[in-house]
Design a protein around this ligand. Sequence first.
Ligand code: PHE
Length: 382
Amino acid sequence: MKHLSIIFCLLLAFGCQNKEEKAAAVAKSENEILIGAVFAMTGPIASYGQESVNGIKMALDEVNKTPINGKTIKLLVEDNKGEPVESANAVRKLIDINKVDLVLGSVASSNTLASSPIAQAAKVPLLTPASTNEKVTMTGDYIFRTCFTDNFQGVVMAKFAFNTLNKRKAAIIVDNSSDYSKGLQKVFKEEFGTLGGAVIQDNFTYTQKDTDFRSLLTKVKRANPDVIFLPGYYSEVGLILKQARQMGMDMPILGGDGWDSPKLQELAGPQGIKGNYISSHFSPDDADPKVQKFVKDYMERFNEKPGAMAALGFDAMLVVADAIKRAGSNNAADIQKALATTVAFEGVTGSITIDANRNAQKSAVVLETTATGNVFNQKVSP
Ligand code: PHE
């Protein structure tokens, strides 16, 4: 009996100690503001997450040089593996267990759409640097983005196809597993049609993680478009570009920001990448001194040119820090109000004003993809 009670006491003590340790690991200290970041650090869109976090960390180092009301910002990164369910779980964990003051993320619209209702219900502000699908910020008043939306981006590319490239017959290849891709398809189709172009009505679709696109491309080739719109993510897009060129399809292929990854060139190969165009958020060739300083600092730190995601992550972190400073506290409702009243914040991806729907009205750039990197073609204002 005596032994049993000793064991019982030990168990109790051990249990308590364990509990304390866990709590200690997650509790934020008095002089910290805790920000959760939910990004794909592994999986088929890992390049987005890695670049975003690089940009966020660069901004954070700058921000933490001058503490906000005596507090520094601490970042807690969760890997969503590029999956909606993982994204929702990560946001829930960050809010319920870590008690974060705000969530940054995700990149892919489907992931943000799956996780934002949790932040909204808990009334914890969530800001996505990069999710462009229209529906993302409709989740509620705690959900923000610092990028433009697909209603704008899709129109930019339809006009580019029709007016700049003089194309009249488009095929659209859609990633059926992505809200982003399906949304852009709709916008491009409407605008290209309004301009007087024809869109081939066929189901040219694939799913994320597919690798052989030859039968799909055979159908597309047979329909004989003079331009292809391919709103997808770099892993599949890279292979589609490569296989299309191998099959003798040499019309320009257009995409959106989802192509903007240093990995794309590698996957598409020199033949696949050239002669195509995308819309994006940022060009490292921009002569703006602010942009050039960012490009230089980024290259020194990470040994590669920053893409759109790095720039978007950088700006998002700065906008959040600015809002927390103006809020004067890390009370969620105060941060929400301050974010909603962000006006003309000058970032490396342009001037950021949060509108009544918590979106940012910003310019897009059209870039030509080449074997040596993306080349600036034009800037389009909303
Ligand atoms: N806009 C894409 C989406 O909503 C994500 C993305 C942004 C990817 C920028 C690459 C670069 O799904």
